[in-house]
Design a protein around this ligand. Structure first.
Ligand SMILES: [Fe+2]
Ligand SMILES: [Fe+2]
Length: 191
């Protein structure tokens, strides 16, 4: 069954209560949609995969991806959707290597969205719209900043894409801007 976004979101909400995980899901969805458009690929498919990649994380952090596979197989999701979702955690909790473009983008941007969010939130205006590459590069180098964000995965992802890290960062910011309000990154007034 090819899921609609509405079905995917309902399933996500069935397994997740956390606001921060929801925002993370929306961030990755927006970035996936942005890149799908850039490459003339299936925006809806890429977006849904981004939205659902951490579906099991809240309830089964110790069995991350294993449970996602179970949940999505039970819903009879297509194999390539499930494969892509598993590949985001390659070498951490799965051995499914990101091979397709869609998978490589997911793998490369998942952690990066966290760094972008934190970098935007510490700005005086708390806005993603004024977040510049220069400031991101500074945050990138400061290993204590958003310490949980594993920079090595992002670098590995960029290499797999043959993409310059700066470009990856800029495009990720652009993608996230499309849902800035939902993410609470639209500036102090968040309007
Ligand atoms: Fe994950
Ligand atoms: Fe994630």
């Amino acid at each position: 069954m090819v899921p609609t976004r509405q079905q995917a979101l309902a399933l996500f909400k069935q397994y997740n209560q956390s606001e921060s995980l929801y925002k993370h899901a929306l961030s990755v969805e927006a970035v996936m949609r942005h890149f799908a458009n850039k490459y003339n690929e299936d925006e809806e498919k890429w977006g849904i995969i981004g939205l659902m990649h951490d579906v099991d994380y809240e309830q089964f952090p110790e069995e991350h991806c294993i449970k996602a596979k179970e949940i999505l197989e039970k819903e009879q999701w297509p194999e390539d959707y499930i494969r892509a979702i598993l590949s985001h955690a390659y070498d951490i909790c799965t051995d499914v290597e990101p091979v397709h473009l869609m998978e490589k983008i997911l793998y490369a941007t998942d952690e990066l969205t966290g760094l972008v969010t934190t970098a935007a939130l510490v700005r005086p205006d708390k806005s993603i719209h004024s977040l510049k590459l220069k400031s991101m590069k500074k945050r990138w180098k400061d290993k204590r900043f958003a310490a949980k964000v594993d920079r090595s995965i992002i670098t590995d992802g960029a290499q797999r894409l043959n993409m310059d890290l700066d470009e990856l960062i800029l495009e990720t910011i652009e993608g996230m801007k499309t849902v800035a309000k939902e993410l609470g990154l639209n500036g102090v007034s968040n309007e």
